[in-house]
Write a protein that binds this ligand. Structure first.
Ligand code: HEC
Length: 133
């Protein structure tokens, strides 16, 4: 094989790897797209297809960090999603407890507290963090 051919093969392999990475959404994104976009919209802006029919507008999930002095409120967001009806939800947001069942892992908050948290919830909250503007 010539050096040029090897080079071409490496380029092709690199392209395949890139395409693969683009096509495979993270675990958190999969959960978000299955359970949250109908209300919160694809980027979390609160503009999902059924948002207009709700008695209260879904929160803009891309502003969680900005509205908390630039710190992403991970623990807060987790309690709002998991097992706690929430401040605002008023029964509108479904209970996600059952779908978030999964292996429990230790999560250490920025304050240094360690809590047991389902892995899917951590995945979801990490994905929400990527939506912050
Ligand atoms: C049936 C519609 C609906 C679905 C589905 C839904 N939400 Fe909500 N969500 C709402 C509404 C309505 C609010 C209340 C908005 C307000 O009053 O600020 C809200 C508020 C929130 C808040 C509070 C934001 C804040 O400013 O404190 C978080 C966090 C949240 N949703 C996350 C999620 C996540 C994550 C999912 C998917 C697992 C989800 N929601 C699915 C309707 C929904």
């Amino acid at each position: 094989m010539t050096k040029k051919m090897i080079g071409l093969i490496l380029v092709a392999a690199g392209l395949v790897a890139c395409a693969g990475a683009e096509q495979k959404p993270s675990a958190g994104q999969v959960i978000f797209e299955s359970y949250c976009v109908t209300c919160h919209g694809p980027k979390g802006h609160g503009d999902g297809p059924i948002a207009a029919q709700l008695p209260a507008a879904p929160a803009d999930l891309s502003m969680l960090k900005a509205s908390n002095d630039g710190v992403f409120p991970a623990a807060n967001v987790m309690t709002q999603i998991y097992g706690y009806p929430g401040r605002y939800h008023k029964g509108m947001m479904p209970e996600f407890g059952p779908i978030l069942n999964g292996p429990m892992v230790e999560w250490t908050s920025p304050q240094g507290e360690t809590v047991l948290t389902p892995q899917p919830l951590l995945d979801l909250v990490s994905y929400l963090e990527t939506l912050q503007e």
